[in-house]
Design a binder for this molecule. Structure first.
Ligand code: HBI
Ligand code: FE
Length: 294
């Protein structure tokens, strides 16, 4: 997840020049491994029938069912054989250019710390459960693996073109909170959903949020909240299609077109949208966000 407020400018003491650190796997305590196991057990009961086949297949292929926080070296060796990606540890949020540079080279940066037992449901900084359980299974899928590498290259380019905010929205509404259509049903694949027990249910079953067919420009114009359930989800028809539009689109003219346009507020519906489920927005109203959903 993104939260720019905590990002330092230079690597903290002990980190390498590319911001990576040793995972320090042998330093995890039994309590920390137990937090992983608790979170894992909770999610694994929910995900069959909710998570996309690609995600569930990745979970299996990477043997994430083994107890305790995964060792990144062993995990990376398995992942590299499948798609060439590796997982590297970082101390927390890293600067955008560092994040994209790793991604463009098929290295996924992951926090090495884990949330405390009294914070199972919510935290803003991405911890090892969010990063590994949430993100890494999708990286075992060859199509998604290519998508994320393309995203990393696109990120470096967006920085040059002054369009980071627009490209970050694409990440948010696909990699973090995406839904995919599979066998005529909706499935979750976004890491922020599959790693959250409450949002795994909310994203698919709650009548409140809008579920809108994915459109690249539309998504890149749409604001998002980082502190609660999403009020709109975007549905891709397949990972092949997501990869295809991302690599076939020349983003520079798209940015020229959308940068002057107003951002689309969370929960707005546009005439051009193909709406799959028009949400009631009851959840948003109960939270007092009513002015956004008039
Ligand atoms: N750093 N560790 C980490 N994890 C992220 O998800 C992350 C980051 N730095 C920047 C960043 N995300 C954003 O720039 C992107 O989501 C666009
Ligand atoms: Fe994330």
């Amino acid at each position: 997840m993104t939260n720019e407020s905590h990002v330092l400018d230079t690597p903290p003491p002990g980190a390498n020049a590319d911001w990576t650190i040793d995972q320090g796997w042998e330093r995890y305590t039994a309590d920390e491994h137990a937090v992983w196991d608790t979170l894992y057990q909770r999610q694994i009961k929910l995900l069959p029938g909710r998570a996309s086949k690609a995600y569930l297949k990745g979970l299996e292929a990477l043997r994430l069912s083994e107890s305790g926080i995964p060792n990144f070296e062993e995990l990376s060796d398995r992942l590299e054989r499948l798609t060439g990606w590796r997982v590297v540890a970082v101390p927390g949020l890293v600067p955008d250019d560092v994040f994209f540079e790793h991604m463009a080279n098929r290295r996924f940066v992951s926090g090495n710390f884990i949330r405390r037992a009294d914070q199972l449901d919510y935290l803003q900084e991405p911890d090892v459960f969010h990063d590994v359980f949430g993100h890494v299974p999708m990286l075992a899928d060859p199509v998604f693996a290519d998508y994320l590498e393309a995203y990393g290259r696109g990120g470096l380019r967006a920085l040059d073109l002054g369009a980071l905010k627009q490209l970050a929205r694409l990440y948010w509404y696909t990699v973090e909170f995406g839904l995919v259509e599979e066998d005529g049903d909706l499935r979750i694949y976004g890491s922020g959903i599959v790693s959250s027990s409450a949002e795994s249910v909310f994203a698919l079953d709650d009548p409140s949020p809008h579920r809108i067919a994915f459109d690249l420009k539309r998504v890149m114009r749409t604001e998002y909240r980082i502190d609660d359930f999403q009020q709109n989800y975007f549905v891709i028809p397949s990972f092949d299609e997501l990869l295809r539009v991302t690599v076939e689109t020349d983003f520079a003219p798209v940015y020229d077109e959308i940068l002057p346009l107003p951002a689309v507020p969370v929960a707005a519906i546009l005439d051009s949208d193909r709406v799959i489920h028009h949400g009631t927005q009851d959840y948003a109203r109960a939270k007092g966000w009513g002015e956004l959903v008039a």
